[in-house]
Design a protein around this ligand. Structure first.
Ligand code: ADP
Ligand code: ADP
Ligand code: MG
Length: 599
């Protein structure tokens, strides 16, 4: 089977000479493989059954707008949806199971939201036939024998009620007006308002208008509104965006409680520690982002996430990533850092805003050190990073005069520029961004090579984030500051960013601060941890960086959450609250277990 996908955002017939058509071998033999309508600047349509799969068009297209993929023919009958000709194709679907949470993990662009929209009955699966979409009866027949048969049977008779939280929540205030209280009262079909307010910590904002909420507040309100509905199925697309670790754990607990009531729950999660904690089963999405996606069978949560990290699906005998992802369980100790040269030393500092005060304890940054910054939302992390970047002046204390050069990636990114990606990189790093070293260390691992000619203000959130990280690294600097670099990125990209930052700093005499809420990602890059304590929105205390184990311990103790290590992959796993390990580790004061022995 052949899949030909055209990216309509990139294809630009006004500026090419139809290379896709001119160089196509079967077309030159007289077959109508690449069809252009008789319209000015019409985009081509590739007739897949006539295409030989040689891939010449993909290389000749000056914009890289075409992708041709050859797949096993057996997959054809597993097609669950195609948006239209030469567009994304989804194979198989996750199967909801009553009384359990199924987590969906995988790269962006592999169809997770598409699958969720299908299960949310917002999109009727067309089984690949977009010209004559099938009736429910045919769809039900297609999924005969699986849990999807009764699911779609009930759906077709209007007997299935679904509650759905979309991935993008920023448009909610355009649809709903008024206070949080009135919004949640209107959706409270199960009489759970006070429980949910409590679980998701919304007490303080109930009287506020929805239009003034921060991202993290809006996320929790959206989750509460969905959980309040009386439905058979709860579909929750990316509940962790904008939330800090503490809020992620509380939200995950709340969502899990739905399964305990016997509901079907499916959730897309990009934070692996949360995916692990929230799910009973995991379905892995793999394929070629933007071209096709395949949904794996459900696996038990531990096995499923390990399969995902290994990049190999044993039950289908498919390798979907060339290398496995492993976690270093032996980060450098406190003693190690005392033997390393200090790059920058800062004094105790204080910064006061009208309602908020940040105290910074004195600290040292060493050459080759990647420091993870952990703390609640609104506790002063961004303020601290801006002090280091000398973007803000402290009211007391100072960063000493030094020739250490700083490069800073802000938390909130703007995409006003109408330059291309490669121009933006060149502006930051000059000719160095064109070297093969920068390409292999930064551009390729961040998958920016395919975006080079795209215009910056047309990038998606995740694309813009990866560009901003590369721009920060392109500047000549000694100290890099990254404020929440994993926002809008999928798991794969987060771990790629972790690797890129480590290799830019280690053995090069440089250093980095990285503000991060994803515990698996932070454990993939941090040598040391700087913990923030205090009261969000009122006062924050930034502690000096300490080794990973101590820093994680301090932070997790504050949160009352314990982590163990998976013995196969070394990844950190959240202990279920009150489990034997949870109780034992709390008793020993070992909230973050480094060694994998004894699991
Ligand atoms: P994920 O949630 O895994 O990031 P999505 O399901 O959102 O993936 O998208 C998968 C692919 O489908 C993307 O390449 C996207 O561009 C494409 N796609 C999504 N919606 C449409 C649509 N309405 N028409 C055509 N293509 C679409
Ligand atoms: P974090 O990055 O940890 O979420 P921030 O450093 O952004 O926290 O903010 C900490 C607190 O300081 C918040 O309550 C925020 O509203 C307040 N704050 C940040 N910048 C300013 C400013 N320029 N003026 C007044 N208050 C501010
Ligand atoms: Mg911040």
């Amino acid at each position: 089977m052949r899949i030909a996908v055209l990216d309509p955002r990139v294809c630009n017939p006004a500026k090419c000479t139809r290379e896709c058509q001119r160089f196509c071998p079967p077309q030159r033999m007289g077959d109508e493989v690449v069809v252009f309508e008789q319209k000015k600047d019409a985009q081509p349509r590739i007739v897949e059954i006539l295409c030989s799969g040689c891939g010449i068009c993909t290389r000749k297209c000056p914009f890289g707008a075409l992708r041709i993929i050859n797949l096993a023919d057996e997959l054809e009958t597993d097609t669950s949806h195609r948006y239209g000709p030469n567009s994304f194709k989804l194979f198989r679907l996750p199967i909801p199971a009553p009384g359990s949470v199924t987590g969906l993990v995988g790269a962006n662009g592999t169809g997770k939201s598409t699958a969720l929209q299908i299960l949310a009955l917002q999109l009727r699966p067309n089984l690949g036939n977009f010209e004559e979409p099938p009736e429910w009866s045919e769809i039900i027949r297609h999924y005969r024998g699986s849990g999807l048969q009764p699911y779609f049977e009930k759906a077709s008779q209007g007997e299935l009620t679904v509650a759905y939280k979309p991935q993008i929540i920023t448009s909610i205030p355009e649809v709903y007006k008024g206070s949080i209280q009135s919004l949640l009262e209107a959706t409270d079909e199960r009489g759970l308002l006070s429980t949910l307010t409590d679980q998701l910590e919304l007490q303080g904002i109930m009287q506020r208008d929805i239009s003034v909420l921060s991202g993290g507040e809006l996320q929790r309100v959206a989750i509460a509104a969905v959980m309040a509905r009386d439905a058979d199925v709860y579909l929750i697309d990316e509940p962790t965006s904008y939330l800090d670790v503490y809020q992620r754990v509380r939200t995950a607990r709340a969502i899990r409680s739905l399964a305990l009531e016997g509901k079907m729950v499916i959730s897309v999660v990009h934070d692996l520690a949360v995916a692990d904690y929230i799910s009973d089963y995991v379905c892995i999405f793999y394929g070629e982002p933007g071209v096709y996606g395949i949904v794996s069978n459900p696996h038990g949560v531990r096995e499923g996430i390990n399969i995902y990290l290994n990049g190999f699906l044993p039950d289908s005998n498919v390798r979907f990533r060339s290398e496995e992802i492993r976690f270093d369980t032996r980060p450098p100790s406190e003693e190690y850092w005392t033997s390393v040269e200090v790059l920058l030393e800062y004094e105790a500092m204080m910064k006061k805003f009208d309602d908020f005060t940040l105290q910074v304890m004195p600290g040292q940054i060493h050459q080759g050190e990647v420091i993870g910054v952990l703390g609640a939302n609104g506790i002063g992390k961004t303020t601290f990073v801006r002090l280091l970047a000398q973007d803000l002046e402290p009211d007391e204390g100072a960063i000493p005069e030094t020739d250490v050069k700083v490069s800073y990636k802000p938390q909130y990114l703007k995409a006003e520029s109408d330059r291309t990606v490669i121009e933006a990189l060149q502006e930051a790093g000059g000719a160095s961004v064109l070297t093969s070293l920068f390409r292999s260390d930064v551009i390729r691992p961040l998958s920016l090579d395919k975006l080079e000619d795209r215009v910056v203000n047309e990038l998606s959130g995740g694309e813009l984030q990866r560009l901003a990280i590369a721009v920060c690294l392109a500047r000549s600097a000694d100290l890099y500051l990254f404020d929440e670099p994993s926002a809008f990125l999928d798991i794969e990209q987060r771990l790629a960013v972790a690797k890129v930052i480590r290799s830019a700093v280690h053995d090069k005499g440089k250093a980095a601060f990285v503000v991060e809420h994803d515990m698996v990602t932070i454990s993939a890059f941090a040598d040391t941890i700087s913990v923030f304590t205090g009261t969000p929105g009122a006062n924050g205390l930034c502690q000096a960086p300490v080794d990973l184990r101590l820093g994680m311990n301090t932070f997790l103790q504050d949160m009352g959450v314990t982590f163990r290590r998976d013995h196969a992959t070394g990844r950190p796993r959240v202990n279920k609250e009150g489990s034997r390990l949870d109780r034992e580790q709390k008793q020993r004061g070992e909230y973050y277990y480094i060694s994998t022995e004894g699991e």
